[in-house]
Design a protein around this ligand. Structure first.
Ligand code: GLY
Length: 134
């Protein structure tokens, strides 16, 4: 099911918002159950599945105001059923002293259109997040 780059960016932004609002149901609905990831929290291991991510949703609480930006996003459409979205993620938030700070990470997310009993949906199937060297 073809999607436009703008639609894929919307899916991706919705997913990032679900992380910051701690909305596990929204996050889960946007991910494949066998999602794979490389994230700093995985200590260099490729992690498969949703339990690893749910741990952080279960901890989530408050956290104050946040704003997330996908800076300089690039969308590569790989046919009708796959796409890669890469960008620098900027998160604005308040530090422990209440001072606004911006945190930056590099992310690549792979999306796949997956058929299901209730119709198809775009799902994130892989994420790779790196913290910048400088
Ligand atoms: N660990 C959640 C995510 O970045 O997708």
């Amino acid at each position: 099911m073809h999607a436009t780059p703008e639609e894929l960016l919307q899916f991706n932004h919705r997913l990032l918002e679900s992380i910051f609002t701690g909305d596990w149901d929204a996050y889960r609905s946007l991910c494949a159950e066998d999602l794979t990831c490389f994230e700093p929290e995985a200590l260099g291991h490729l992690v498969v599945g949703m339990d690893f991510h749910k741990f952080y949703f279960d901890l989530a609480g408050g956290g104050g105001p946040r704003n997330v930006t996908m800076a300089n996003p690039k969308v590569r459409i790989l046919g009708d059923e796959a796409a890669v979205v890469a960008y620098t993620r900027l998160v604005q938030k308040l530090n422990a002293d209440g001072v606004p700070v911006t945190v930056r990470v590099e992310e690549t997310r792979v999306w796949q259109y997956q058929s299901g009993a209730h119709g198809g949906r775009w799902k994130m199937v892989h994420v790779h997040r790196s913290t910048p060297a400088s």
